[in-house]
Design a binder for this molecule. Structure first.
Ligand SMILES: [Zn+2]
Length: 533
């Protein structure tokens, strides 16, 4: 990433987003290969993931629709400067917004991106997202579907995708090698061999890449500090099936996150065990995800052949005896525009839950309380039973590794050094301490903008650059976006009204040096807020 002409040979890695003290959602990694040919440096770049932190509409700084990693070293942004480098490719690990949401933002801003490599499903979801956001597919660069186990030559790199069971199908890790070294990036992963929809952990493949040598492993540290294994989909399925059977004679409404597609399949399978049919009453995001599955040739029906899967608008769904159904719905985040709440308000075409329905929503104590408080506003809910994580911990399970998942994978990959990714500083420090007996760990978090060099089996600090994120600002001219720098720690902190006011005041009083655009955005946000008070 640096322009230093005397840069040494090696395989370099720089996180540009995802490793920070405040925000971990705009994931992005840069790999750089440097080799000498005829006394000259030959440099090549590979980008892995381009996530976005999409800000909630309620954010007071909603002038930013989202925050994305700054790719200005590789692409031309806002017609301002010619990029220093050309990246050979953009590889996507999976279809979650925090790993690929930045693509839509960049394309909407008219930026040309490098050719994209990803699984068939991820590419299908990428296209769906663009259609959903009214961005023409012609804005996309060339797309390359890839499969786990292939070895793909991209410029100076050999790239090998590796199956990564997570919470969506088509999730991949990636081994990146050049003539200097090899780095394995785990992707978002848990060591689950029982997934119904996605691909299970491929132990043989992990052992193979380990045998072929991995100098550095970048590992999903979202939950790696928790004890035990991340709960497997098979166990979660049994827990759901037991609940469905226990509440025999009552209708069940199962609320899940729209992005957690693996859980669709798990709940379907559980419904099959309990001999219930499934009615999908989802919002646009859930429906887009389901269409994406279809387009990538993944059949939900084949997961649970004995279950009728019906849309809530179909007459057949309405004709089913309610107590023999599970309504799979979105709204677990408590967003009252979600179908679950629309149904409670008896909006047209929604199936209203029975008055003694059982609501299953894997929420922790605090979130469950907030959710139940919302339900209290609807008198229809007085007779509902609510089951959250507190009532049944076994329905909870994330798509991220815990301690035993990490140990299992580390034992197969046997990296020389491991670095936590996708986490805040405190968690990274904990990870580095916890696992220092297992592999080499670094005594600091590799924050966004810090570059490590891997060469001759050694991992060393190379240099640091300013890795400021960019905020996309919507303009009036169609889909165009304008990018402005977002100061570190700013996004989360300023999503609260009081913080914006405080920061604004201090900027006025002590002449705090805001970027000019930033200051304008903030002033407007503050003015709008004061007006609406
Ligand atoms: Zn993910």
């Amino acid at each position: 990433m640096s322009d230093t002409p005397d840069i040494k040979e090696g395989l370099y890695w720089t996180p540009l987003g995802g490793n920070d003290s405040s925000d971990i959602r705009a994931n992005c990694h840069i790999f750089e290969s440097v080799s000498k040919e005829n006394g000259r440096n030959v440099r090549d770049f590979l980008i892995v993931d381009l996530g976005a932190d999409e800000l909630p509409a309620s954010s007071v700084l909603n002038a930013f629709s989202s925050v994305v990693p700054d790719l200005s070293d590789f692409v031309k942004i806002n017609d301002k400067k010619t990029p220093l480098h050309k990246a050979s490719a953009l590889f996507l690990t999976h279809s979650h917004t925090d790993h690929m949401g930045g693509i839509a933002q960049y394309l909407a801003a008219g930026v040309k991106l490098p050719e994209i490599y990803a699984s068939e499903f991820t590419l299908a979801m990428l296209k769906k997202e663009l259609v959903f956001k009214n961005i023409p597919l012609s804005a996309l660069p060339k797309l390359h579907p890839v499969k786990a186990g292939e070895k793909i030559k991209i410029g100076a790199f050999t790239v090998e995708p590796v199956q990564a069971p997570h919470s969506v199908p088509g999730c991949l890790g990636i081994k990146v090698s050049d003539k200097n070294a090899s780095i394995y990036h785990s992707g978002d992963i848990k060591a689950d061999t029982s997934s119904f929809l996605g691909e299970p952990l491929d132990k043989e493949h992990l052992k193979k890449i380990g045998n072929e040598n991995v100098d550095l492993m970048l590992f999903d540290a979202v939950s790696a500090d928790k004890a035990g294994f991340a709960r497997s989909e098979k166990d979660i399925c049994s827990a759901y099936a037991k609940l469905f059977e226990k509440h025999n004679g009552k209708q069940v409404v199962s609320l899940i996150k729209s992005s957690h597609m693996e859980r669709f399949a798990t709940v379907l399978k559980a419904a099959e065990k309990a001999k219930r049919n499934v009615i999908i009453q989802g919002g646009s995001e859930m429906l887009v995800n389901l269409e994406g599955l279809k387009e990538a040739g993944i059949s939900l029906q084949s997961v649970a052949p004995g279950v009728k899967i019906l849309n809530h608008t179909s007459p057949e769904a309405r004709a089913l005896p309610p107590e023999q159904t599970v309504i799979l719905s979105s709204g677990i985040e408590g967003n009252e525009e979600a179908p679950f709440f629309k149904a409670l308000r008896k909006e047209k075409n929604y199936i209203v839950p029975q008055e003694n329905a059982v609501i299953i929503a894997p929420l922790g104590k605090k979130d469950a309380e907030a959710f139940k408080e919302k339900l209290a506003d609807y008198k229809e809910c007085a007779g509902f039973s609510f089951i959250g994580k507190n009532e049944c911990p076994e329905i909870d399970g994330s798509g991220h590794s815990q301690k035993e998942d990490f140990m299992l994978i580390a034992n197969m990959v046997r990296p020389n050094t491991v670095v936590p990714i996708h986490c805040r500083t405190q968690k990274a420090n904990k990870f580095n301490n916890m696992y220092s007996y297992k592999c080499n760990t670094l005594p600091f978090q590799v924050k966004n903008g810090v570059t490590l060099r891997v060469s001759n089996g050694n991992v060393t600090f190379s240099h640091r650059r300013n890795a400021q994120s960019l905020g996309g600002i919507k303009t009036d001219q169609g889909h165009t976006l304008r990018f402005v720098p977002v100061p570190e720690k700013h996004v989360r902190a300023t999503s609260k009204l009081e913080n914006v006011l405080d920061e604004y005041k201090s900027s006025q009083q002590v002449g705090y040096a805001f970027q000019k655009e930033k200051s304008t955005v903030m002033r407007k946000a503050v003015e709008d807020m004061l007006k609406s008070r």
